[in-house]
Structures are given as C-alpha cells and as structure tokens.
Design a protein around this ligand. Structure first.
Ligand code: GLN
Ligand code: ZN
Length: 772
C-alpha cells in the first residue's frame, strides 16, 4: 500500500544518547560544581558543549532527527518533576533560592533535608528519582529546559525532536509523598497533569518542534483496565489539542500487550515500538490490530540495552514486514542509548577480532542509519555494510571464544541431581550444628568491611605500577589480619575476610573467568554522576584457577573461628554484566554456575565450612511481564542450586539479598535451598522475617538488625528489640544476627561500635533464652 512513500522517507533516529561524554566530562563538571570549584554558568556551558557534541556525532553518522531533552544533569525523571512543577514541599525554598542547587538538593539531599527516593528504571541498572505526589499536588508547567535544548539543536540547523517522559508513565513511577496515605494512587492526578503537558507541548510547538516524543515504557508492564483507560483518555485529550506538535508515543523494554490496541487507536500521529528481545512479540500484535494506518511507526530494531552488533539482515526483514503496517516506517534503537557505553572504538585493549562484534552507542547509531538507508533505497545501497555485518556475525558464532566444547559438554552433562543437595535440610542442619558448634543466635556480617582510603590507594598504586602485585598482596593480607582480629575482639561468631581485594563484587570475578570481557571506557550511567563499567559475558564461561581461595584460606589460617567464604552468585553476575544475546540467559547462567561450583568445591576442600553466595540481583532481574516470571525464576534458582549443591551436608551454604520487598519471590527464596539467608530488615522492623514465616520458610535466616545505609550506630537496646521481634517469627535455633548488608561504604568507627552493640544484643537475648 504505502511501501513506496515509506521507502522514500525512512528516517534514522534515536531516543536518547549517553550523557557523560567520552572522558566522562559531565561527571567531572558536576562534581566540580558540587565542590564549589566551578560556577553554575561554567557547568551549563559544559553541558551545552556536550549536547552539541552528541548531536554532531549523531548527525555526522547520518541520523535524520536528533533527540533533545534527553540530556540531564542528574536524571530525566527528576527533570520531568521540575517540568510539571511537582517539587516536594521540603525542597521548595531551596529550588526558589537557587534552581540548580535546589535541583541537586532534590537528587542528593542536604544536611537537613532528605533527597527523593531513588529506584531502578524498569529492569535496567539506571536509577531514577521517584516523584512524590499527593492529593494536594498542584502541577505547573515549566518548559524552560525542554525549550532551551530544542532551540540549541534548531539553531545548529538540525531536525530535532524533544523527548519527554509521558504523563501516564510519570504518574505510574510516582509514590505517595511523605505524610500521604500509602493507598493514594498518583494516577488519580492525571486530569490535573494533562493541562500541564498541553502547555509544554504548545511551548515546544512555538519553539519550532515538528514532533514531540512522549515515552510510556510503563505500558510494557502488566496494566489493569483502569490504567489502560487512563492511557486512552490521556492520549485522546492530548490528541485533541489544536496547538501542539505531532505526537510520537514511545514504548520500550518489553511487549505492549493490551496497551497496543489502545495506543494504535489513539489520535496521535506516531508510535515508537520495540521489536527486540521479548518485545519482538509486538510484530505479530501490530499486524493483529491491523497495523497503524495513517501513522508514523518508529521501529526499534537495534537493541538499545546490549552491546552486540545488530544482525542487519534480520532487522531488514523485520522492517520489511513493518512497511506494510504503517504509513511510514522510521528506524531506531529499541530504547534510549543511555544504557550502553559511548564508543566501542575507544577500546584499544580488546582483540580486534572481538571488537567487531561490539556496538556501543556510536556503532548502534551507524547501524540505525545503515538500516534506514537500506529500507529507503534498497539493500544494494548497503551491500558493503551487509557483507561486513554478515562476516562479523558469522565470526562470532564460529569463534572458539563463544563456543568452548569442554564447557558445552559439561553443561550438557548436568543432571537434575547436580542441582540438588544430597541430604534434605533437616539432616544437613544437624550435621552443620555438630560441625560448627555455634551458639544460638550466631552473629556474622555480610562480607565486606570498610573499604578504606589505604585500600583504594593500594589498588591505584598497583594500577599505576607504583607497587608490584607482591606489594599489593601484602597490603591486602595486612587488611585481612586487621579485619580478623577486630571481629575476634568484638566477639563475632562466624567471621569474614572482609573482601578488601574486591573492587566490585561482579567485576572481581569477571576478571578471573575465561569468556568474560572487560572494557576500559565502557561507562554506563547508574545514577547521577555514578557510572559503572559492566563486564561483558562474551563467550562460554570457565574458571581457569581458583578465585577466592587464597584470601579465604589466609583469613582462616589466622583464627580458630569459622571464616565464611564469599562469592557472587550466577544471577547477580548476569544481572550486572552485558549478557550474550546468542543463547538463552539460562544457558549462560548455567555456565557461570558451574564455574562458581568449582570455586565452592575448592573452598570446601581448603577447609571452609561456611560459604555465602550473594544474590542481591535475584529480584531486580524479574521480567517486566508476570507471564515471564516463572520461567525466569526456574532458571535463576536452578543456577544458584547448581552453584551450591556440590558440597558436603555439614558445609553450610548462605545467601544474601539486599531488599526489603520480596513478596513476589518468597517461593524462589525457598527454592534456592540455601541453609541460611541474610536479608535487609532493619528499616522495616523485621517485616521480612514475618513474611518468611508466613510462607512457611523452614531454614535459617538473618534478618538485618542494623541499617547500614546510614552512619547511625544502632544501640544495643534497639538491636535487642529487633531480635525479639525476629524471634516472634523465627525460632531461636534458626535465627541469625547480622547487619542488613555489607559494610564497604561504612567507616571503621561506626562499624566497630555497631557490631559491638549487635554482639551485646545477641548475648543478652541468648541469656534471656537460657534463663527462660
Ligand atoms: N558480600 C557483599 C558485601 O558484603 C554483598 C554485597 C551486596 O549484597 N550488594 O559487600
Ligand atoms: Zn546486601
């Protein structure tokens, strides 16, 4: 039908771009401003320069329409809060006095005023600041930032499209403000919010916007009919406005499901739809609703969340199918490129054979442009690119790095029994009790002790060659000696070595596993000015040598008390890395699990009787759609059990998770079959202990009695009260005493004081138990 005009018109575009700059200039500029070393004007000037550089990169690569408003000095949801005037009461004076300082106060808090809460942006590792709304919230439009950035791009002669968080997603991401009843539903504010969006749209039109993009990723989660009605109403009202640019509603991260027909019917001019990963289901769904006649479809065919080269031929096939379904089809990444590093070409240490498999933001941009060209003028025009792409894709699937026969054979040979402890819990518990001879309510910590300046200096010295690895290891050993003797003095029952050798709980293992790849410059924003460099699960995973045994054994050699071995679990390894896209996640998890299983075996053989396998990411990787939960939890818990089931019955397996809300995964926690689990619980007054008990959880648990996210020292009485609460849910022979999480961000003085109180509390409660 419209194949011809679509083919002539395909534009290449993106929804957002990495903000930091190649040298993380943005981080440096913002942190200098925080320290008072540069003025607000200087920071703004740096930001303008960076935006211009990003647009230039996009334009030079051949992008036809650049995004504006995607840039942020901290977070785009916080920017939306400013745009709609939903500044929390407690920050209003600061914002009025100095908008920039007030903006950062909302993000980071001040001495006396709490920041907004931060939480994960869907299932990515980006964190946004949660809007706080209530029945009294008054919205007012402030389009300054959006208009300014649009003008900057238009002045450069670019075709630009402002990108905004959509009104429904904004409300769905919000929570009731402090003091507002928890039952308050922010979505009830929709009618108040829409006029503000109308005003912003009008301002953007006046500033020259032809299109505006409204991002509604929240529609890729399961939504009730009431929410879908709100979506229909929102876009009916916005669509009916006369003074507005054309509206493109964007969704990403998963399939649209029931929201698709709603959006397809909405009186807006375009939809941007994700066709990668589980969102590939959008293709059939779109056909089923009869396509988008008369609308613009922006097709997200390049994975915006991973770092692998696109299979261009496959994408062209998808795009070809889509041509028949919309008035015009443009090409994009599935989501903002914010979630990938900037430039793979900056990686000089990566073998060029492997580098050709990688596509960061700049390379993805080129792929998008190539696909748009192929779609517009035919594949002949991109013959060279297609040939090179075909070769890269083939070399990856044939490479010995991605396919290690020994690893594959081993995974193949895994049996159901390998993922099951030989004895049921009750028998193991008896064996462990005899073997470990711990007091009731045993005390322990989660693994890390304060990462002091000396430790960081030692690591920097090693990197810079100021000390050699022998010198570095001496410093680590000295730290372990300190940590062990401190714990003995304090009176902890199950000790840890303190993890001083670990820069990061995932990176440390990734660096030692074959098949993993590290980057030098692959920074991705986690939140604000914090960036991480996720390692890449590039090929089949194996463990050439023990990774932790040396340090755990050294620690154990210093004491007669049991020292707990400490590993990062397979699910968390995957969650905080870039994963393979050429095999199911379950397969990758199984490979990592087998490598860790060997480490567990070596720890046990070296005399470690207690081994903790951390899985803080188990819950955060839960798929967005409930229909996908069971399959995920099945492979995730299996990978954990595969890691931990090879041990003797008297070896005690611990696990640890860091969040207070896990209602939807209690069964999975049970399915891990760990002997002991430690969890965050202090702030919620042992809520998790009650939830575990209600579920019938029959093994041991250590709900945290010290909230380590604050420098505050809990008193003995406070810890005692929490323990007594814990005992109401979990009997004394199954209750552990520990902090909420690792102590690496804490200082030594509060660590020592808090642990002393924690031990005193445990002893007092034990004495009480013995007396009664
Ligand atoms: N063992 C790790 C630590 O103590 C666990 C960290 C975490 O749960 N995120 O640092
Ligand atoms: Zn934790």
């Amino acid at each position: 039908m419209t194949t011809k005009s679509a083919a002539a018109a395909a534009r290449a575009t993106v929804y957002g771009y990495p903000r930091q700059g190649q040298g993380r200039e943005l981080k440096k500029a913002i942190e200098s401003y925080w320290k008072g070393r540069v003025t607000a004007e200087a920071l703004h000037a740096d930001a303008i320069r960076l935006r211009r550089t990003h647009w230039q990169q996009l334009t030079e690569a051949g992008v036809h329409e650049v995004p504006t408003g995607d840039f942020s000095l901290y977070d785009h949801v916080l920017d939306t809060t400013v745009m709609v005037g939903a500044i929390p009461e407690r920050h209003r004076d600061a914002v009025a006095a100095d908008p920039l300082a007030g903006y950062f106060a909302m993000a980071r808090g001040t001495q006396d005023i709490a920041p907004l809460e931060m939480t994960k942006w869907f299932d990515t590792n980006y964190h946004y600041l949660v809007p706080e709304l209530g029945p009294d919230t008054v919205f007012t439009a402030d389009s300054t930032r959006q208009v300014t950035e649009l003008r900057e791009a238009l002045t450069l002669g670019l075709r630009a499209r402002p990108v905004l968080v959509g009104p429904v997603t904004y409300l769905l991401l919000a929570k009731p403000a402090p003091g507002v009843s928890a039952g308050f539903d922010p979505l009830t504010l929709l009618d108040r919010l829409l006029p503000v969006y109308a005003e912003v749209l009008a301002d953007l039109r006046a500033a020259g916007a032809e299109w505006v993009q409204l991002d509604e990723p929240a529609l890729t989660q399961d939504r009730t009919p009431a929410v879908l009605n709100a979506v229909a109403r929102a876009y009916r009202d916005l669509g009916a406005l006369t003074d507005r640019p054309k509206v493109l509603v964007a969704s990403y991260f998963d399939r649209l499901g029931d929201a698709l027909p709603v959006l397809a019917k909405a009186p807006v001019e375009g939809l941007a739809v994700d066709f990668t990963g589980p969102a590939a289901a959008n293709l059939d769904a779109l056909a089923a609703v009869g396509g988008l006649p008369g609308k613009r479809l922006v097709a997200g065919v390049v994975d915006g969340r991973n770092i692998w080269v696109n299979n261009l031929e496959k994408s062209l096939a998808t795009l070809g199918t889509l041509l028949g379904l919309a008035d015009r089809v443009d090409v994009a990444a599935s989501c903002s490129l914010l979630h990938v590093p900037l430039d793979a070409d900056a990686e000089k240490e990566i073998d060029p054979q492997i580098l050709r498999w990688l596509a960061f933001a700049r390379q993805k941009t080129t792929e998008i442009v190539t696909l748009a060209r192929g779609l517009s003028v035919g594949t002949d025009a991109i013959r060279g690119e297609l040939a090179a792409n075909r070769a890269a894709v083939a070399s990856r699937s044939n490479s010995p790095l991605t396919r290690d026969p020994a690893v594959r054979a081993r995974v193949e040979a895994v049996t159901e029994a390998d993922g099951r402890r030989a004895q049921p819990y009750a028998e193991r518990a008896a064996a462990q009790r005899a073997h470990l001879a711990l007091p009731p309510l045993p005390t322990t910590t989660i693994g890390s002790f304060p990462q002091t300046t000396e430790l960081r200096t030692a690591r920097a010295d090693l990197r810079a060659g100021r000390i050699d690895s022998a010198g570095y290891e001496k410093r680590i050993e000295a730290e372990i000696r300190d940590v062990i003797s401190s714990q003995e003095e304090i009176g902890i029952d199950v000790l840890v070595h303190g993890e001083p050798e670990r820069n990061d709980m995932v990176q440390y293992f990734a660096e030692q596993l074959d098949g993993y790849l590290a980057t030098e410059h692959g920074w991705v924003q986690s939140y604000g000015t914090r960036y991480v460099r996720p390692p890449i699960l590039a090929g089949d995973i194996s463990r050439p040598a023990p990774m932790t045994v040396r340090w755990t054994s050294y620690a154990q050699s210093l004491t007669d008390l049991p020292v707990k071995g400490m590993l990062t679990g397979p699910v968390t390894m995957l969650a905080w890395s870039f994963v393979r896209d050429d095999q199911p996640l379950a397969d990758t998890a199984r490979q990592v699990a087998l490598a860790l299983r060997d480490e567990v075996a070596d720890l046990e053989a070296a005399g470690t009787s207690v081994i903790q396998v951390d899985e803080p990411a188990l819950r955060e990787t839960l798929p967005l759609r409930a229909a996908d939960h069971a399959a995920y939890l099945a492979w995730a818990t299996e990978a954990f059990r595969l890691t931990t089931s090879g041990v003797r019955p008297d070896t005690q397996i611990h696990t640890h998770m860091c969040y207070a809300e896990f209602g939807d995964i209690v069964q999975a926690i049970d399915d891990l079959d760990a002997d002991v689990i430690s969890l965050e619980a202090a702030r919620s007054h042992m809520q998790v202990a009650r939830e575990l008990a209600a579920h019938g959880y029959a093994r041991e648990a250590g709900p945290g009695v010290w909230d380590i996210h604050s420098p505050r020292v809990p008193s003995t009485e406070e810890a005692r009260a929490l323990l007594r609460k814990g005992l109401e849910a979990i009997p004394a022979d199954r209750l552990w005493v520990n902090p909420d999480c690792g102590l690496k961000t804490r200082g030594w003085p509060e660590t020592r004081a808090s642990l002393e109180n924690l031990v005193a509390a445990a002893r007092a409660v034990r004495n009480g138990l013995a007396a009664s």
